[in-house]
Ligand binder design. Structure first.
Ligand SMILES: Nc1ncnc2c1ncn2[C@@H]1O[C@H](COP(=O)(O)OP(=O)(O)O)[C@@H](O)[C@H]1O
Ligand SMILES: [Mg+2]
Length: 252
């Protein structure tokens, strides 16, 4: 059973085929990267999976369950988390508050219970904090726990976005350009964390990335995309040497 599968997935904006009948599977425990020039349709695929966009055609499956009709909160509940190409955090809240937001899908208490702060709410709160602290440890964020997001450097915010996604305890994580805006050293750290997410946390990773060093370092397989279509799929070196992929990159 694959972790995730897209079947003949298409997304059209008027006459533009942003995603054009794309099929692929992400195996459990693997790191699969999607590469391709700007405008290839990479982010659109993520937006289709997280249900921000309606597919024009095609089906999506998570652990063999058809999720094409699932609402966005349903996707999160099933265990799919994502980060964005442009960081999306609550700027005027602390790191800790931003991470507790990531725990929302695990809330079993209802709003009136939360307002009255009943005992099971306190129990939930403790479990949430515990998980958040584990993620803070895992990503080495302890020094920033109580700081406001707005005062933090870009590289740290990028890690916090990753942390927030991990707080949901996902089975599948979608990373949209995890290295964008990072310097060489920060990109290096990012590659270790992505590897550790797979090996230590057992999370399956689907990643969009333009930094080939990072792609080669972490990916089990790569999909190359151009004009919404799959050009090649396979081992990282194989895909990058594929004539259609070389041509697509030279053409931009
Ligand atoms: N909301 C939208 N409305 C119209 N066109 C869009 C929209 N989102 C993306 N596109 C177009 O779809 C194509 C694929 O975009 P995108 O998936 O963002 O590419 P990538 O992430 O590979 O750079 C581009 O031509 C882009 O301009
Ligand atoms: Mg993009």
């Amino acid at each position: 059973m694959s972790c995730f599968r897209a079947e003949n997935l298409s997304l059209h904006f008027g006459g533009l085929k942003a995603v054009d009948s794309v099929s692929f599977a992400v195996e459990k425990g693997e790191i699969l990267s999607i590469i391709g020039p700007n405008g290839a349709g990479k982010s659109s695929i993520f937006n289709l999976i997280s249900r921000l966009y309606e597919p024009t055609a095609g089906r999506l499956y998570f652990e063999d369950q058809d999720i094409t009709e699932e609402p966005p909160y349903g996707i999160a509940k099933l265990g799919i988390a994502r980060t964005f190409q442009n960081i999306e955090l609550f700027e005027n809240a602390t790191v800790l508050s931003n991470l507790l937001v990531g725990r929302h899908r695990h809330s079993t208490t209802s709003l009136w219970q939360e307002l009255l702060f009943l005992p099971n709410v306190r129990r939930d709160e403790k479990a949430h904090r515990r998980r958040v602290e584990q993620v803070i440890d895992f990503l080495d964020l302890a020094a920033h726990r109580d700081k406001l997001i707005s005062g933090l450097p870009y590289g740290v915010r990028k890690v916090i976005e990753l942390a927030r996604a991990l707080c949901t305890e996902p089975k599948l994580i979608l990373l949209d350009e995890p290295s964008s805006g990072l310097n060489v050293e920060e990109t290096d750290d990012m590659s270790f964390w992505i590897r550790d997410m797979k090996t230590e946390l057992g999370i399956t990773v689907l990643m969009v990335e333009h930094d080939m060093t990072l792609v080669n370092r972490v990916s089990d397989r790569v999909i190359a995309l151009n004009y919404g279509k799959v050009l090649a799929m396979g081992a990282p070196a194989e895909v990058q040497a594929h004539p259609d992929v070389v041509a697509a990159y030279l053409g931009t």
